[in-house]
Design a protein around this ligand. Structure first.
Ligand code: AMP
Length: 375
């Protein structure tokens, strides 16, 4: 193997994380366990990540003086969500190594740029058209056909800013319902299942992927992850190869999550990517030799990447809103591990925590049931 692409930052060094949510919290927990200091930058008081480290800057993302001061206190910087404003990321990268780099944010922030990039870098996607007006939408529907899905190009997540266009949907109403912003019209995918691959990469020789998992959504929010995905081994290999090609195209240093559709005719189409830890990787904390969060820390600090193998099978359920009231029932199952994010208020749709049920590698048949969820 050639020399590592950059000098290792050994434990004792400080990692700066932009964003104070649960992904930052679980990254900070993994980093602390390995002996790193973590400094969180977030506009929010008492955020999930800020509860687990003493080093916190509370300031707006566009406060570039605060960003510069934050950067001076850390040895490497990263982010736990991809909608970090471009100017913030650029300012950060001027002062400290930013891993992954600004290019990864730019690709992941805009669905049109993302799908264009994916198609040019070994990541097949559904047919799509950019849409800037209701008239554009009418034209794009001629090409794409119905049913279709109209999404905002930027700042959409968990199904927000998404409109399904059926044969009888009015074009003007659909455009308004999406938010009358720059949008992307996608062909509707008739999928059998949705899967994701998470990998860590430092350079072309240092790439390690977790096995693909199956993801089931409820109201557009991730509800359940099944590890491993019950798909043929050949399809799993193809999914990993696609994720590797995308990471190579991004020249990624860090973690990448790639969400894919398995179509009814057995093909893979990439839905979206995220250059950060991902909700569909939470099972790895309890079921793998190295979790996605530890792997993320290793990747950005230039440590050898860890072993991603699974020592148990797992089902992960998100605890959303009032689901959190059921934790006593979940805790009664000794094979369930509970992770809560320290959020005070359980609003509908809010990710409060997750529960992972472990079961033996050699188990056959569907995943075991979990109390309360009845699955
Ligand atoms: P997204 O915000 O793009 O991740 O979409 C959220 C969820 O909506 C996906 O996980 C799918 O379940 C569904 N979805 C998104 N795009 C499409 C599409 N083009 N065809 C069918 N379902 C879709």
């Amino acid at each position: 193997m050639s020399e590592p692409p950059f000098p290792s930052l050994l434990p004792g060094a400080a990692i700066g994380i932009v964003g104070g949510g649960q992904l930052g919290r679980m990254t900070a927990q993994a980093a602390a366990r390995m002996g790193y200091r973590v400094h969180i930058f977030t506009p929010e008081a008492d955020s999930p990540a800020a509860q687990v480290t003493p080093d916190v800057t509370i300031a707006a993302y566009d406060d570039l003086d605060a960003i510069a001061a934050f950067a001076r206190t850390v040895d490497v910087a990263t982010f736990e969500f991809e909608n970090v404003p471009a100017a913030t990321a650029i300012a950060l990268a001027e002062h400290v190594p930013l891993r992954p780099g600004v290019n990864c944010l730019e690709v992941a922030q805009d669905r049109i740029r993302e799908k264009t990039f994916l198609n040019a870098n070994g990541g097949p996607t559904v047919a799509f058209e950019a849409v800037d007006s209701a008239a554009d939408l009418a034209r794009a529907l001629e090409t794409i056909g119905r049913p279709a899905v109209l999404k905002t190009a930027r700042l959409g997540y968990d199904g927000k800013g998404q409109v399904r266009i059926e044969p009888d949907t009015d074009v003007g109403e659909a455009y308004a319902a999406m938010g009358a912003a720059r949008g992307i019209l996608e062909a509707f995918v008739d999928f059998d299942s949705e899967i994701s691959v998470i990998l860590a990469r430092q350079d072309a020789e240092r790439v390690v992927a977790f096995e693909p998992v199956e993801n089931r959504h409820r109201h557009h929010i991730l509800d359940t992850t099944i590890a491993p995905a019950p798909i043929p081994a050949d399809l799993a290999r193809q999914a990993v190869a696609i994720a590797e090609a995308i990471a190579e195209g991004l020249d990624l240093i860090g973690l990448l999550a790639v969400e894919l559709f398995v179509t009814a005719d057995g093909k893979l189409l990439v839905n979206e990517i995220a250059p950060r830890p991902h909700n569909s990787g939470h099972w790895s904390i309890d079921a793998c030799v190295t979790s996605q969060f530890e792997q993320f820390v290793r990747a950005i600090c230039g440590l050898p990447l860890g072993n991603p193998s699974r020592h148990s099978n797992a089902v992960m359920r998100n605890l959303i809103g009032d689901d959190i009231d059921e934790i006593a029932a979940l805790m009664a199952d000794p094979d369930i591990k509970i992770h809560l994010y320290g959020k005070a208020e359980a609003r509908p749709g809010r990710k409060m925590g997750h529960a992972t049920k472990l079961y033996p590698l050699e188990a056959k048949g569907p995943p075991p049931k979990m109390p309360f969820f009845g699955m």
